[in-house]
Each structure stands twice: as structure tokens, then as C-alpha cells.
Design a protein around this ligand. Structure first.
Ligand code: SAH
Length: 393
């Protein structure tokens, strides 16, 4: 008999609304055993709600991969992967070989992230259940990308929390080069898949980089928290007159230099600053600098709800200083990738920042991740990136 989790009475509502997360507190009892990590989920009366994979050592004890009668097997997962591929055919812009191919719950593949960089697929299996489901998802990925190398990046807090290995694994293909090349709207970028942040690049900012490229002509551009400099590369491609890339990580700035060079841009024109962004901004404000386009894209200050207050102070400080640097008519693209900070809260934080900067600011438009990072309406937690375009009149 397959493993069955039977829920407590009245604890089936979220799952009936297709939310795939099952917490231990909702489970009344277990029956049977699970050699492959899969489980059936049933309500208190014994009716089947769906099937999923277990993360036995997590309070989020299972994620549902289906809500119907049918089996969760290779053909079923293959059809879902096929739909993920079909979406990217629709939404990935031309001359773009770097994009998110699978966005976990947003693509109905819980805990599974797959980023494509040209001929390399970088996978994150964020939970034990996702890892146990590998025999279902890996063959279909390989069927769509038979020549691709596939690596699984494992240094993730969620994996550590579940006691899983945090050493990266090669699942298919050749050993990777130190830099993996790919295209984004015709610009050339290099991902540092092995040592870099995330899966090697911040693919989620693609549409916002386009925005910067479109607005950069003749502007002095200050790219705070630049990582590998992608916003700055877009700015120079759009005709920026001056560019500074600021990040605390020297390896990130080395990669930024390489990204400029890959596009035939003169890296000697660029000011690379390895510094704490808060200190760097304060120094620039004290020096009376003025910029025409500033990007602030800090790391997620809030990963959990408990962090929200402290995180808001961080976002406020960064953007207060950034606003002070804006020349009249200057633009600020203020980003937050903190899931627990809702767009409305982020807007309040930006309001406080502009009050404290004693500078009124206009909100021109609100943006997020591209459509290769879809959010399931069933799982709104999947939406995390906010990018507000502001202007000093
Ligand atoms: N905008 C980038 C992604 C930024 S990720 C892109 O589009 O690719 C956040 C970056 O902030 C990381 O590169 C990290 O090294 C950097 N960082 C973290 N804390 C910092 C600090 N206090 N000062 C400056 N940079 C910091």
C-alpha cells in the first residue's frame, strides 16, 4: 500500500483550493510506506485529494504534485515540463538564451527551479521531495534539451534545513566552463554557475534591464548592488554617458568587467567600486554627486516575516540616499526581491524614503519579474520581485 497521509477534519481547505503545501499540523495519521518518497493525500473521510512528495524532516511535510485521480508518473510530469517549455517559447524575447525554464510552484513543479544558460541547465531541487522526484523530471528535461549539460546547485538554506547534501552535482553532460555564455536580448553575458550567486545570474531582472536600457541614453547611471553588472551593461548599450557599478563582492565586479568586454564596451570607462553600498551612497551624498538614473537592487533583506521591520529600514535607508543623489528629472529604479514585503508595503517604504530625503518623487510604473517567472494564482507566495520606477521632478 502506498504511503497515505490522512488529514485532520476541516484541514483540507487549502489543498482543495489547489495550494500544494501540506504542513504537519494538518496531518492526522499516516498509513503504509513510501519507497520512492511519494504519498497520497486524503481528507478525514478518506477521499483522495491528490498526490505529492514528502519532505519528512520539514514542517512542510509534503508538496502536492497533482490534485486529481491520475498518477504522478513520468508521462504526467513530462506533460507539465512540456507546458513550461511551451510558455517560454511564447514569452522569451528574441536573441535570448538565458531564462528561467521552470519556476517551481509557478509551473506546478513544487520546489523545482531550472534556469537555462545556452547549452547548460542549472537545477535547484529545494526540498527532499523535489529531489526524490528527480526520476520524473530529469528525463523530460533531457528529452527537450538532449545536448545540454545539467548541473544541480545544492548550497541552499532550505536543503541544509532538511539535512540534504549541499554539494553541487553534475546530472548530465560535460564539466562546465568557468563562465557559461548566453544571450539576453542580443547582449552577451557570462554566468558563473559554479561560484556565482543564485544559479549564476539574476534572470528575473531581464525586463527591468530592458527598461534601464531604454531610458539610459545620455544619462549618468549608478548601479548599486550591481552583482555581475548586468543593469550597467544594459545602460551602456542604451547610451549611458557615465556608469558606476557598486557591489561589496570583488568577484562579482570582475565578472561585471568581463560582461562589458563581452559586449565590446570599454570597461575603462566604468567606475567599479567594491564597497558597502550604504557607505558608498553616504559618501556620494556628502560629496554632492548627482546622477540621472540610479538602480538599487539589494539582496533580499527579508527572507521571513520576522525580518520585515528591519528589512524595511534597510530599503528605506538605501532609497533615501539614492533619492538624494537624483538630479532634477532623474530616475530611480528601486527593487526589492523580498517575498514577505508586499508591493503596497514597498511603496510605503519608498514614500518614507522620499519624505526623509525631503524630495518629492513620482511613481512612473511598477514592474516585477518576467513572464518566465510565472506566479500561480493558487500560490501567490511565488511573487517576490518588485521594481518601482520613480522620478524626481
Ligand atoms: N542587480 C543585480 C543583482 C543584485 S543581487 C543583477 O541584476 O544582476 C545583490 C547584490 O548585492 C549581490 O551581488 C551582493 O554581493 C551585493 N551586496 C550584498 N550586500 C551588500 C552591501 N552591503 N553593499 C554592497 N553590495 C552588497
Amino acid at each position: 500500500m502506498p504511503l497515505t497521509l490522512i488529514l485532520r477534519p476541516g484541514r483540507d481547505k487549502a489543498i482543495r483550493q489547489r495550494h500544494p503545501w501540506l504542513f504537519t499540523g494538518a496531518v492526522a495519521r499516516r498509513e503504509g510506506s513510501s519507497p520512492d518518497g511519494s504519498a497520497e493525500i486524503r481528507d478525514a473521510a478518506g477521499s483522495l485529494l491528490g498526490r505529492g512528495f514528502l519532505s519528512p524532516s520539514s514542517p512542510l511535510v509534503a508538496r502536492l504534485w497533482s490534485f486529481g485521480e491520475g498518477p504522478v508518473d513520468g508521462p504526467y510530469v513530462g506533460r507539465i515540463v512540456e507546458q513550461a517549455v511551451a510558455l517560454r517559447r511564447e514569452v522569451v524575447p528574441p536573441e535570448t538564451t538565458g531564462y528561467r525554464l521552470v519556476h517551481a510552484e509557478g509551473d506546478r513543479l513544487p520546489g523545482l527551479i531550472v534556469d537555462r544558460y545556452g547549452s547548460v541547465l542549472v537545477v535547484q531541487a529545494t526540498t527532499e521531495g523535489t529531489e526524490r522526484a528527480r526520476p520524473l523530471w530529469l528525463p523530460s528535461l533531457r528529452a527537450f534539451f538532449p545536448d545540454a549539460a545539467v548541473v544541480q546547485k545544492n548550497a541552499l538554506p532550505s536543503r541544509e534545513g532538511e539535512g540534504l547534501s549541499t554539494r553541487d552535482e553534475r546530472l548530465a553532460g560535460e564539466v562546465l566552463p568557468r563562465r557559461v555564455p548566453f544571450l539576453e536580448r542580443g547582449l552577451r553575458f557570462l554566468a558563473d554557475v559554479e561560484e556565482g550567486q543564485k544559479t549564476g545570474f539574476f534572470l528575473d531582472q531581464r525586463e527591468n534591464r530592458r527598461l534601464v536600457r531604454e531610458r539610459a541614453a545620455g544619462r549618468r547611471v549608478l548601479n548599486m548592488f550591481s552583482y555581475s553588472g548586468a543593469f550597467g551593461v544594459a545602460a551602456l548599450a542604451g547610451g549611458a554617458s557615465r556608469l558606476a557599478q557598486v557591489d561589496v563582492s570583488r568577484p562579482a565586479l570582475d565578472l561585471a568587467r568581463e560582461n562589458h568586454e563581452a559586449n565590446g564596451q570599454d570597461a575603462n570607462r566604468v567606475e567599479f567600486v567594491a564597497a558597502d553600498a550604504f557607505e558608498d551612497l553616504r559618501r556620494r551624498v556628502a560629496a554632492g554627486e548627482q546622477w540621472d538614473l540610479v538602480v538599487t537592487d539589494p539582496p533580499a533583506f527579508a527572507k521571513r516575516k520576522d525580518d520585515v521591520d528591519r528589512a524595511c529600514r534597510g530599503y528605506k535607508d538605501v532609497n533615501r540616499l539614492a533619492i538624494k543623489l537624483l538630479a532634477p528629472g532623474g530616475l530611480l529604479l528601486a527593487c526589492s526581491c523580498s517575498g514577505p514585503i508586499a508591493p503596497s508595503l514597498f511603496q510605503q517604504v519608498l514614500f518614507s524614503a522620499s519624505l526623509e530625503a525631503a524630495t518629492p518623487v513620482q511613481l512612473l510604473s511598477r514592474h516585477g519579474a518576467g513572464a518566465d517567472h510565472p506566479v500561480s494564482l493558487d500560490v501567490p507566495e511565488g511573487e517576490y520581485l518588485k521594481a518601482f520606477l520613480l522620478r524626481r521632478p
